[in-house]
Design a protein around this ligand. Structure first.
Ligand code: F6P
Length: 372
């Protein structure tokens, strides 16, 4: 039997996703209803590691008042970062260079000093890898999966994804009228890292004519052929959705760069695709990059409810003495899976899944030469 819980901490890490505040609200209320204290660590673990940078000391009490009316808000009230990995914490040297330092022992000590008995950490694969590391180092940890990209294994979906798809679909809907009016090709670049979930779901829901995803290295000749066939049928416009991680056949992913302590930044493929389609078809092409707009706004009711369910389930897991697990959606239930089973690989779009089959039946082009 683990020691009784009196005080827990919540942290949010990596890119924000709509639904984070719903998790914070549910976890706070479920914990307080059990008589536990709840604190939030600012910006991942940075609030604990560099408290001097925060007027409030980097940790805030999360009371019922703090979490009132937040479930419908995008972002995270405790802040997040994708530069705060405690196992490779970026530290600037006197000569201006940066080195990455493992601050795990110090972080564990700070949890102890703050009287924190357990951590609920909400994040994507990077944050859940850190969560697993902290669990193996002796901290009591429950992980909550979050990402707009939907690329995490062992949970049927993550919160944030539904909101991102909803917004991307609305944007595609809006682009139809301007594309039609001008008879243009419009290329819409969406986030998703190395998985094509957002592009596929928004592209199919939004009736795109071509969708380029990382799971299928693309050629643009078949896409250009689709555009020209449409032209011959009198449809002088086309919409192409491209995932930021999509790669040309034999080529590499388009990168915006990488800064210290951060993952590679993907982006720029939309512009390249538009330029090449313009060259191949002779039609005017434009690019719209949805980027971080996909991470903002009010979570859909699906994401809000999932966030609330995950937050409450994380507290139930601690009460049941579970440790080193992630809450996961296994419809219709939420269950618990070992943290170390999640981070081993990314969840990609299976090419034989029903949404892919639907897209093929609708003759949506994927930049490959599948014929109908
Ligand atoms: O993982 C979520 C995500 O929004 C990805 O889709 C995207 O590649 C990345 O984060 C962007 O991160 P940043 O906030 O560092 O620009």
């Amino acid at each position: 039997m683990a020691r009784p819980i009196r005080r827990i901490a919540l942290s949010t890490g990596g890119g924000d996703a709509p639904g984070l505040n719903a998790v914070i609200r549910a976890a706070t209320l479920a914990a307080r209803n059990r008589g536990w204290d709840v604190v939030g660590i600012r910006d991942g673990f940075t609030g604990l590691l560099t408290p001097e940078e925060y007027p409030d000391g980097g940790i805030i009490e999360l009371t019922r008042e703090h979490v009132r009316g937040i479930a419908h808000l995008g972002g995270t009230i405790i802040g997040t970062t994708n530069r705060g990995n405690p196992t490779a914490f970026p530290v600037e040297q006197p000569d201006g260079s940066w080195v990455e330092v493992d601050r795990t022992p110090e972080l564990l000590e700070k949890f102890e000093q703050a009287g924190i008995d357990a951590l609920i950490t909400i994040g994507g694969d990077g944050s859940l890898t850190i969560a697993n590391h902290l669990y193996e180092a002796g901290l009591r940890v429950i992980g909550v999966p979050k990402t707009i990209d939907n690329d995490l294994e062992r949970t049927s979906t993550t919160f944030g994804f539904s909101t991102a798809v909803e917004f991307a679909t609305e944007c595609i809907d809006r682009l139809f009228s301007t594309a039609t009016s001008h008879g243009r090709v419009i290329v819409v670049e969406v986030m998703g890292r190395y998985a094509g979930w957002i592009a596929l779901h928004a592209g199919v829901a939004g009736n795109a004519h071509a969708i380029l995803i990382p799971e299928i290295p693309f050629s643009l000749e078949p896409v250009a052929a689709t555009i020209m066939e449409r032209e011959l049928r009198g449809a002088k416009f086309s919409i192409v959705v491209v995932a930021e991680g999509a790669t040309p056949k034999g080529g590499s992913v388009s990168l915006l760069g990488k800064s210290v302590g951060q993952a590679e930044r993907l982006g720029g493929i939309g512009e390249k695709v538009a330029a090449e389609l313009q060259r191949l078809t002779g039609k005017e092409a434009r690019t719209v990059v949805l980027g971080h707009l996909l991470r903002g706004g009010t979570p859909t009711s699906f994401d809000r409810l999932l966030g609330l369910r995950f937050g409450a389930a994380a507290v139930r897991a601690l009460e049941a003495d579970l440790d080193g697990v992630m809450v996961a959606l296994d419809p219709p239930n939420v269950n618990f899976v070992p943290l170390n089973e999640i981070t081993a690989r990314q969840k990609k779009v299976p090419l034989d899944c029903d949404t892919m089959l639907t897209a093929r039946d609708l003759a949506i082009n994927f930049g490959d030469s599948v014929q109908y």
